[in-house]
Design a protein around this ligand. Structure first.
Ligand SMILES: [Mg+2]
Length: 413
């Protein structure tokens, strides 16, 4: 099998409402670039990456000379051809490699007529459990719906998601408002969810002292883990006295950092992201290291449509030591670009696709519709807040959003 063509198409898929985070917001839509890798025996493998829009398309297109004629089975060769660690100092291609690795695994699976999870050692579970992922949100500017700003709105949304999808672990994406206000919200979330486990993730925005103070104030709650409360392995290490399990998707995202964390422990739970780590296979390898050193593991979400979700499901299916529920932004999406529409949650879990390869197929009509929507609405900056023009955060942050401020009226950049 040889690669004969690659294509990249950027789509924008609407969210229920704009999602706020410590660095800015997802402005009411996800912008994702869909990658198609075609082979000489007529298969099309699918990949996905986020954020860049047209520049991501150009970056994928620039790999054409590297990929044409390459055998998709030769995945380790691909790693060194695209992302040799020395060359990566000059051209950071980890996320591009991830999208191409997804497509190659999809091609191998289609060719051998097995699913990606069967290729990667075989499923130890057929469904992957998810936590609810709760964000502070602006109202959708058109409908006026979806705002989450107050503790009561947060609690209502958590109850709604629990009822709709069966979640029993709830994660609050924080780092938006001042820590005392978010503490009030987190405690209200605990009251609203009947003793379910909770996660708090302010994306490293608190100082060590703020993180210690916040951590002490939640010790009486059922905390699943405390995710990236402060920045850096050395910052996180200073929180170990709290006795709360510490998790990261920020400061252990490669094997060097994982080794450092094993030699001088800072975090307890490694959140494996199929994009940040450069593919599904590096995540499986990292999970093996975590198994050896008895570190916890979960599947991280960096924002996904169905193709990327499939990579997360296959990863979750093959890791025996997946001892925490996965995260997904997926339930915030209004639609998807795969045949059959959005995958569904049942009792907080999603079934691992069983078809050949990744087990998902592009819905060409949906893809065309959302490619058009992207051309209408364009990119948005992940690191800007539509409600605070010109704002950007510091680390540790001190420029918190004001929970009494007005809603932005536009979501265009
Ligand atoms: Mg996180």
């Amino acid at each position: 099998m040889k690669i004969t063509d690659i294509r990249a198409t950027t789509v924008a898929v609407p969210l229920d409402a704009p999602l706020l985070h410590s660095n800015g917001a997802h402005w009411g839509r996800f912008v994702r670039t869909i990658v198609e890798v075609e082979t000489d025996n007529g298969y099309i493998g699918l990949g996905e990456l986020g954020g860049g829009g047209l520049s991501a398309e150009a970056a994928i297109e620039s790999l054409r000379p590297y990929l044409l004629g390459h055998d998709p089975f030769r995945l380790e060769s691909l790693r060194f051809a695209l992302a040799n660690p020395t060359a990566s100092l000059y051209n950071n291609r980890t996320q591009l490699l991830a999208a191409i690795e997804f497509a190659c695994l999809d091609l191998i699976g289609q060719h051998l007529k097995v699913s990606v999870s069967e290729l990667l050692g075989g499923r130890v579970r057929d469904r992957v459990d998810f936590a609810s992922y709760l964000f502070f949100r602006y109202a959708d500017p058109e409908s006026g719906d979806g705002e989450i700003r107050t503790p009561e709105q947060l609690a209502a949304e958590a109850r709604r998601l629990k009822e709709a999808h069966g979640f029993t672990v709830h994660k609050l994406k924080g780092g938006v408002f001042a820590p005392d206000y978010e503490l009030e919200c987190y405690r209200e979330l605990a009251r609203a969810t009947d003793g379910d486990a909770l996660r708090y993730d302010p994306n490293g925005s608190l100082s060590v002292n703020q993180a210690l103070r916040f951590g002490k104030e939640i010790l009486d709650l059922n905390n699943d883990y405390y995710e990236d409360p402060t920045w850096g392995l050395n910052g996180m290490r200073q929180l170990r006295s709290l006795g709360l399990p510490l998790a990261t998707n920020t400061v252990v995202i490669n094997f060097e950092q994982l080794a450092t964390n094993v030699r001088d422990p800072a975090v307890d739970v490694i959140l494996l992201d199929t994009t940040f780590w450069g593919g599904i296979r590096p995540c499986v390898k990292a999970a093996g290291v975590c198994e050896t050193f008895q570190l916890g593991v979960a599947v991280h979400s960096s924002g996904e449509l169905g193709i990327q979700l499939a990579t997360m499901l296959h990863l979750g299916a093959v890791i025996p030591n997946l001892d925490h529920k996965a995260d997904a932004h997926y339930h915030h999406l209004k639609d998807d670009i795969i045949v059959g529409g959005k995958m569904t949650y049942e009792n907080g879990s999603i079934a691992v696709p069983t078809g050949n390869g990744l087990g998902v197929t592009l819905d060409r009509e949906k893809m065309a519709e959302y490619a058009e929507f992207y051309l209408e609405t364009g990119n948005y900056p992940y690191d800007r807040d539509p409600g605070r023009p010109g704002w950007y955060p510091l680390i540790p942050n001190e420029r918190w959003a004001d929970p009494t401020s007005e809603q932005p009226t536009s979501m265009s950049w």
